[in-house]
Design a protein around this ligand. Structure first.
Ligand SMILES: Cc1cc2nc3c(=O)[nH]c(=O)nc-3n(C[C@H](O)[C@H](O)[C@H](O)COP(=O)(O)O)c2cc1C
Length: 255
């Protein structure tokens, strides 16, 4: 079973490839959170995976909240220790995310076997202009190659070396900015908004609600996945002023 979270499709692309190749079914963390589905039964012949984007060199808040509630049940007579893996998609690097994921899963009694980093297009439009189409194509070629190696490693139950979990500096510096940031204050819909309501539907944390045919951000913070702004068909959602001129990013798997 592969638990995945995605804002703009990269992590879904990865989860689906791993699931298809290894015959593991996918569980959408967004849907699970909305339905409050936290209890899953593990059968000895499957693996347990977590696929999600890195945010500020750490784990997205929705994934943190999901893992905190997660309960994996196993038949007592089956004493198979699950192979637990993470694949973290990123635009540049994942810093101390492996250690953070290890700590979160340990609390749920799930020892993490291996974490893999996978560089893909960057969607972080609230900070930078997302990766352009030419570079996206080039990145995808290397992503697919690396993903094939990752799938081979997962299929052989490869274990991490301890050193991989020690690079925590970037996370210690950057992640608190996410915890205390991820504000919704700067999001708004401009005059291009035609009230289609897609943003309300795709918001993973149900922060957006339509009022008078315009989106309203109803909480002070959200998970900051960038789906509303990147996936708006009219490019009508903005974050402050700088996104007015910037391109949007959406992995073709969502189109
Ligand atoms: C709030 C936010 C923070 C991000 N922080 C990082 C980061 O620390 N390092 C990095 O390499 N990419 C970062 N990114 C880029 C995404 O991790 C990357 O584009 C990812 O593949 C998007 O996955 P998705 O399409 O499944 O949502 C960030 C993106 C967002 C929206």
């Amino acid at each position: 079973m592969i638990f995945y979270f995605t804002g703009t499709g990269n992590s879904l692309y990865v989860a689906k490839k791993i699931g298809d190749e290894l015959g593991e079914h996918l569980i959408d963390i967004t849907a699970a959170m909305k339905e409050k589905s936290f209890v899953y039964r593990f059968s000895g012949d499957e693996k347990i995976g977590f696929v999600f984007p890195v945010y500020f060199y750490g784990v997205p808040s929705i994934v943190v909240d999901f893992i905190a509630e997660l309960k994996i049940e196993q038949n007592l007579e089956e004493e198979v220790k699950p192979y637990v893996f993470g694949v973290v998609t990123c635009g540049g690097g994942i810093g101390g995310t492996p250690k953070m994921l290890e700590d979160l899963l340990e609390k749920q009694g799930l020892p993490l076997s291996a974490v893999f980093e996978l560089k893909m297009a960057s969607n972080y439009i609230m900070m930078y202009q997302p990766t352009g189409p030419d570079l996206q194509k080039r990145i995808l070629i290397s992503t697919d190659k690396k993903l094939a190696d990752i799938i081979a490693a997962i299929s052989k139950n490869k274990q991490d070396e301890g050193s991989k979990r020690k690079k925590t500096f970037l996370t210690r510096v950057a992640y608190p900015l996410y915890v205390h940031g991820r504000k919704t204050r700067l999001f708004y819909a401009d005059e291009k908004c035609n009230g289609c309501g897609k943003c309300e539907k795709i918001c993973p944390v149900s922060t957006i609600q339509m009022a008078n045919n315009k989106p309203v951000w109803t909480a002070k913070q959200c998970t900051h996945c960038s789906a509303c702004i990147n996936r708006c068909p009219q490019k009508a959602i903005q974050y402050g002023k700088k996104t007015l001129k910037w391109r949007r990013f959406e992995n073709p798997i969502l189109k």
